[in-house]
Ligand binder design. Structure first.
Ligand code: BDR
Ligand code: CA
Length: 311
């Protein structure tokens, strides 16, 4: 299995990414770190612990990370994920605790101690990752790849030009795309193909386990949000796409491209400018995900949820 650190801001789709990461045998989840994004870092950390409790994930360290972006004022997505960041299901007190270590320190320790290079999978703003690369540049050699959910080669979702994770901390994203590390960007181009259809929900519901029930409730809330705000008939479940790409790269078709983050645009701040035409002065620095095999994607997610329910 591919060793990973999941850096997330749960978040409905982050929660499902977490289940996939913990339940998929092709992935070895070494640590879960949290960041401010969909909600404050206190809330996203509590949510990660809640999800771990429901899914019986008790053997993976969880560490809270950055409370605000590198430069900008924080933005949250309460309109999408609710006041708690994970509105919908009712959670009891989490039985799992966070470790008393900052996310960046935990990630560094995991990278240093693990015998082989580790893949980082960020599904929130890139603040923790940028801070790690800046504070501990020597860690780069222990990173196999960064497979992130964020950005778009087309339009945005938080502004016409920008996707939420990149808009929330564009300077951090800029550091990641300029890092020289292998970066795979799973942006809206591909995550808008990860639609939780009625059939998907029915298959999850049929599992009848606690983690499956939580998924169904998360998707119901997310479906309502996406219908109200953007008129989607069923909701795109973004974040697990990045995990699925790691578990089985053939599920997500990518193209090589040059990607830069717009930091100064009056209307376009946080946009990922993706060169799909191979302009000669723009060397490739990323793989950009364009096409999802949604059938195999959902098979993997559902199998992972089923596996966790049996534990
Ligand atoms: C991204 O933004 C967040 O709201 C989701 O969790 C996802 O990571 C989609 O733009
Ligand atoms: Ca997220």
């Amino acid at each position: 299995p591919v060793p990973i650190v999941l850096d997330c801001d749960p978040g409905h789709d982050d929660a499902i990414a977490l289940l996939l990461a913990a339940g998929d045998p092709a992935v070895d989840l070494l640590a879960i770190t949290t960041v401010a994004g969909n909600q404050t870092v206190e809330k996203t950390t509590l949510n990660a612990l809640r999800v771990c409790t429901v899914a019986g994930i008790t053997d993976v360290p969880v560490a809270a990370g950055c409370a605000r972006p590198l430069v900008r004022a924080p933005i949250v997505a309460g309109d999408v994920h609710g006041e708690s960041g994970l509105d919908g299901p009712r959670f009891g007190e989490p039985r799992v605790r966070a470790v008393p270590e900052h996310a960046v320190e935990l990630t560094r320790r995991v990278l240093t101690e693990h015998p082989e290079p580790v893949t980082l999978v960020p599904t929130g703003p890139l603040t923790n990752i940028a801070l790690l690369l800046t504070r501990y540049p020597e860690c780069a050699s222990s990173i196999r790849e960064i497979v992130l959910m964020g950005g778009s080669a087309g339009r945005g979702n938080r502004t016409p030009a920008a996707e939420f994770n990149i808009l929330a901390d564009p300077e951090a994203a800029d550091i990641v795309f300029r890092s020289g590390l292998p970066v795979t960007m799973c942006g809206l181009d591909v995550t808008h193909q990860a639609l939780a259809t009625d059939e998907v929900v029915a298959r999850l519901a049929a599992l009848g386990t606690e983690p499956a029930r939580m998924c169904v409730e998360l998707i119901a809330f997310f479906a309502d949000t996406y219908r109200r705000l953007w008129g989607f008939p069923c909701p795109p479940v973004h974040d697990p796409v990045a995990v699925a790409r790691v578990a089985d790269p053939s599920i997500v078709r990518c193209v090589d491209a040059h990607v830069v983050v717009e930091l100064r645009g009056e209307y376009t701040r946080g946009a990922t400018v993706v060169d799909l035409d191979g302009f000669p002065d723009r060397p490739v620095n990323a793989r950009v995900a364009m096409e999802l095999d949604s059938g195999r994607f959902w098979d993997r997610v559902i199998a992972a949820v089923e596996r966790l329910g049996r534990r």
